[in-house]
Design a protein around this ligand. Sequence first.
Ligand SMILES: [Fe+2]
Ligand SMILES: [Fe+2]
Length: 471
Amino acid sequence: MRILVVEDDPKSARLIKDILELRGYVVIEASNGLSAMRIINDHIPDLIFMDMNLPGMDGITLTKLIKTSSKTNNIPVIALTAAAMKGDRSRFIQAGCDDYISKPFHVKDILDSIKKYGKAEEQKTIKHPPIVLVADDRPENIELISATLSPMGYAIIKSANGVQAMEKIRTLRPDIAMINVFMPELNGIEVCKSIKSDEQYASIPVIMITALNDADSKMKALSVGADEFLTKPIDRYELMVRVGNLLNVKKHIDNLNNQIVEKTKELKKVILELKEANINIVYRLSRAVEYIDNDTGNHNIRVSKYVMSIADGMGFTKEEVEKISIASSLHDIGKIGISSLILLKPSSLTAEEFEQVKKHTQIGSTLLTNSGSKLLDMAGQIALTHHERMDGTGYQHGLKTDSIPVEGRITALADVFDSMTIKRPYRDALPVDQTVEYIKSKAGTQFDAHITDVFLRHLKDILDIKYMIKA
Ligand SMILES: [Fe+2]
Ligand SMILES: [Fe+2]
């Protein structure tokens, strides 16, 4: 797989090149927009990592050019962006970038982008060599290890001290680390401790290189998580076997971890689909009620959106807001048990007819509760209590104040506001200001005073919803 890196900062360019070449990718480099354009047309890379802040032609212009040419528009472009340019990210996506990575980037970001955007077929054929980091202040030790492992197809990263070793662990993420216990600056025990105590690198196997009878160092290394030991003078055969064994174990662990990540992704997708299907069913059910209780077009959806705005204003969590809002859309579902002759009557109801209508709260509750779903249980509570009043003069049970569930109190207000401001068979829609005055006058008696306050504070949002979701 050919990857183009367009980057004017030599240090960043070098780093990406190292990360990729160590893993068997072919890297082409360009340090400015014009030379990048020439390379893209001549070589058609499979993927482009592009710094957005380039001299001359900037990354946005270059991306637009790539994405408007039929020859190159299929090449994924990953923007490399400075953290300070956060606000500009939507511009990169609009220009055609497929994704972005913030600097300072991590090896994982680069490799994940390739996994996501690189051609799947080509990725299968790439088998990157195992990458071995060797940290030792004695060049002859590094050379011996390198001379043994390189012919076997390993890629070797060399470090002369502990600080350098840590930097390479972070930037190049080797598959295994061989670390001498005694090194200047940061000794091997400290390096091993840093690797093993960081969740990102802890899975990298560490082989400590110690002197033959240095039991003390071995104990220290074991206590900070070292996986294996090699004693000096290093035996080549032992070196090959120990490295091979540890890499095999790591491969199995990596495979298992990848499977867990993939399965978790699939599971999350299924859960999300189920959740969406549930929400969809609830909203469609609420629409069904409107066919019976005619002329209330979209009443239930509007009520659920008002409830969302109020619940959000009251400080409920995002999940709670969503749940209350969806549940409230079914508040009148019990009307399917009421005669449409009464519901559609173009004049005021008799006392007896009103008694019939009042039953919709109980019918709704019976329909929704005890299904085993928490969402439907809440919807049942709302159906039962959305005509209760704070002073106990409401129905179904004449509940007072806090004995009315909060989701019922919120829905009660949202329901009255919407019902009063829409046309009904027996009267015209009332003006918004008159309805708001009515609600204010009933704060503390019909409606919860605090909920009324929140409603008034969010009136602008509520009116936006009202005009957006018309009958
Ligand atoms: Fe109702
Ligand atoms: Fe209603």
